[in-house]
Design a binder for this molecule. Sequence first.
Ligand code: SF4
Ligand code: SF4
Ligand code: SF4
Length: 358
Amino acid sequence: MNFTLHLTADCNFACRYCYEKHTPARMDERTALAACELLFSYGHRKNGFSFFGGEPLLLKDVIGLVVHNCAEKAAKAGSSMSYQLTTNGSLLNEAFLRLADAHGIRIALSHDGCLQDEQRLLRGGGGTAALLEPKIDMLLAHQPNAVAMMTIEKRNLPRLAEAVKWLYARGFSRVNTAIDYRPSVDWNDDDMAELGLQYGELAVFAAEHFDDERPLHYLNFESKVAAYINGRRCIECELGMKQPSIAPDGVIYPCNQFVGVPEFAMGNVFDGIDKAAQRRIYEAYRAPEPTCEGCALDARCRHHCACLNFSMTGDMHTVPPVQCAHERAVIKYADRMAELLYERKSPRFMRVYGNTEE
Ligand code: SF4
Ligand code: SF4
Ligand code: SF4
C-alpha cells in the first residue's frame, strides 16, 4: 500500500505556473502518525509514502517522525518501506540527505534548468537559480540518479530542448518534462508545432547520449518506448486504490488533484478509508471513455490520468485537447529516438528493449 502525504499546501517559492492554492495548512504529528498506523493496518509486505506539498521540506521534522515510526513498524511486521519526495530543493541540507540515505527516500528535484530564474521565483520575488546551485551539488553527491522534473511555460517553449540539455550537462541523468497544464493557458496549434520541433531536437539529443558513460534517461520518451515494447500501459492508474492522497488535515482523497474537493473525500486517517466511497470513485473512473475509443495510441497515452483531466476540464474522463496533442507529439518523437537507436544498434537500447546481447 502507498499513500501520498500532502504535508502542506504552503511553499517558500512562487513559481509562475504553480497551480497550488498556498495556504498555511500543515500536517501535525498526530495526523502523520495516524497515517503510518493506517498504512500498516493493511498488513501488506511492501508499503510506501510519497512526500508532497506545497514544499514538503518545510516539514522536515514530520518527515523524520514518519520514517522513524515506519522503520519500527516495518521491522516488527517484516515488511519493506519505500519513499519518494518531490521538492523545490531550497531547504535540502546534509542532515536531511543523510536521513534520506538511511531510509531510502528517493528525491526528485523540481528544476527548470536554464529557465530556473525566469520561471521559478522566490515568494518575495527574485530568481532561485543561485540558491539551487549548491543544493544540486549536494543532492547529486548523495543521489546521482535523482530525477530533475522541469515544467515549461508557453512563452518559453522554444527553449525546452535547451533547458533539458542544461540539466543533463549539470549532472542530471534522469530528466522529466511537463508543459504548463493550468487550464488558463491557451495552447494553440502553433505551440504544438513548436513542441514538435523541440521534441525532434530532443529525440536526436537523447539518442546521442543514450549510451554515454553517464547515460541520459529522458523519461518522457523512455516511458513511451517501454510501453510500446512491453505492450503495457505507460501508466496503470487505479484511481484511489493503490496510492490515495492524504491532505494536511488527514482527509483521504483518490489522488493529488482531488485533494480538498469534498465530493472526492474517501475517509480520513483516524477512521480509515471509506471503502464504499473508494469503490464508487473507482467504478466511476473505470467507466468506458468514448473519446479515445479505437485510438491506436491508447496504451501509450496518459489520457487515463484522472488528475490531469479533472484539473483541466473538471471531469476525470474528459481529455483536454492539449493533452491529446501533447501525447501524440511525445509518442511520435519517442519513436524517432527509438528508430535512431535501433539503426545504430545502441547497446543499451538492444539490451533493454531488443532482448539481445550487447
Ligand atoms: S515549488 Fe512547487 S509548490 Fe512551490 S510554488 Fe513552485 S510549483 Fe508551486
Ligand atoms: S490520476 Fe493520474 S496521477 Fe493519479 S494515479 Fe492516476 S495516473 Fe497517476
Ligand atoms: S488522448 Fe488522443 S492520443 Fe491519447 S488515446 Fe485519446 S485520442 Fe489517442
